[in-house]
Design a protein around this ligand. Structure first.
Ligand code: SDX
Length: 375
């Protein structure tokens, strides 16, 4: 028996060809199917990255065009789901809405248990295409606004912003969200992806695996951190207020949301570096304050505890400048990560071994049963 009681830290539980996180010459490297995330963020788009994660290769021009059309054609959601969005209590967290909607989508798919390559890819395209619509529709419904149906013409990121706000986004806003989705698309065996793989290792259907991942992502130590970062930015309120806020929080032994990482220890999350540039560019055309407060917090976090930002930290000011409500930040994370989850679910199906670790029992043993009337 191997004991790995510290949150499975540095424990390898499976092999993958989907992504690599490595330390090369003192810098963190993140690659999707062997391609550096910096190149993908600079030259690719979310649809191309989703194709890469699912098929394992960059698409040729016609393959990407076909894939984009296939996703666009699958954006509309069934009327039963719209009915669900209308009847859920208005206070329902958007991630609970997403989790419930994905589960309902599964109940509408008569082929949900089929796991042929074609079926897996068909379900994957459906989920990648429909998740933005579910999120945007729920937001419009809870705001009492009319639904903006998806277009066939706009790209994945632009279409989401169009459905959310009712107008086509600027090129800068579209590019910012697109890069953000690329950066959130995949990250090896993070908690939500691991949850998906565990469910897939029992051969549960794809929807069940994605529901497991969605529920796991919601926690504040994982994808829920970005919403907590925004709460922190609002509490700090001005760049000048950052230093005392950070010092007091750390003195109380509290966690700074958006900082630290299980893998990136004393090296910065490569995604955070790219998101910082994105946040700075958006700040030039939007509300500068969130980026300026973020910079002040990051400086103090490093000064007091050598803490470095992770993928969730600068995402907050990016989303704020895209007019995304705070409680939708983790949904944005899911909108990106769905491609990685699906790639891992398919990989698990194809190379399956049931994932079933052990637990070390530390309770009492061999206890004598005492009849009820003698207790
Ligand atoms: C994501 O795994 C992934 O890949 C996840 C992710 C992905 O793409 O899927 O990258 C996305 O989830 C990013 C992380 C988002 N969560 C947060 O920002 C929440 C705040 N971060 C921390 O809770 C923490 O950094 C974790 C949970 C992310 C990692 O925790 P670890 O690896 O278990 O580290 P630890 O708790 O053992 O901390 C080690 C030390 C401790 O100091 P000591 O108590 O030993 O003195 O670092 C300190 C911690 O106190 N520390 C922090 C801190 N993170 C670590 N102190 C203050 N604030 C923090 N954020």
């Amino acid at each position: 028996m191997i004991e790995a009681l510290d949150g499975l830290r540095d424990v390898i539980v499976c092999e993958t060809r989907i992504s690599r996180i490595a330390l090369v010459n003192g810098k963190a490297v993140l690659e999707y199917r062997g391609y550096d995330i910096r190149d993908l963020a600079k030259h690719s788009c979310y649809e191309e990255v989703a194709y890469l994660l699912l098929y394992g290769e960059l698409p040729k021009k016609y393959e990407l065009q076909d894939f984009k059309i296939e996703l666009a054609e699958r954006r509309e959601i069934p009327p039963q789901i719209i009915g669900l969005l209308t009847h859920l209590p208005q206070y329902t967290h958007p991630m609970v809405v997403l989790r419930t909607s994905i589960s309902y989508l599964g109940s509408l798919d008569k082929l949900k248990d089929l796991k042929t390559k074609e079926e897996n890819l068909e379900k994957s395209k459906n989920l990648i295409a429909k998740i933005p619509t579910i999120i945007a529709y729920y937001h419009r419904i809870r705001m009492g606004k009319n639904l903006i149906p998806p277009t066939l013409e706009l790209g994945h990121a632009a279409n989401f912003l169009y459905m959310m706000h009712g107008y086509e986004p600027s090129k800068i806003a579209e590019k910012a969200l697109d890069v953000d989705l690329v950066l959130h698309a995949e990250h090896e065996l993070n908690a939500s992806t691991f949850a998906a793989r565990i469910a897939a290792s029992t051969l549960a259907d794809m929807y069940a695996c994605v529901v497991a991942a969605t529920g796991t992502l919601m926690g504040p130590l994982h994808g829920g951190a970005a919403q907590e970062v925004m709460k922190m930015l609002r509490e700090v309120a001005t760049p000048g207020g950052a230093d005392e806020y950070v010092r007091k929080k750390l003195e109380k032994g509290e966690r700074l949301m958006g900082f630290g990482h299980r893998i990136y220890k004393s090296i910065i999350d490569p995604r955070a570096e790219i998101l910082r540039e994105l946040a700075r560019d958006l700040a030039k055309i939007g509300n500068r304050i969130w980026f300026e407060i973020s910079e002040a917090i990051a400086e103090s976090a490093y000064k007091y505890k050598k803490l470095l930002p992770n993928v969730d930290f600068y995402s907050a000011s990016v989303y704020a400048n895209l007019n995304i409500p705070d409680d939708l930040f983790v949904n944005m994370f899911a909108m990106g990560r769905i491609a990685g989850w699906l790639a891992h679910i398919i990989e698990q199906y194809e190379t399956n071994k049931l994932l079933r670790p052990r637990a070390k029992y530390i309770g009492e043993t061999e206890r004598k049963y005492v009849p009820l009337d003698q207790r």
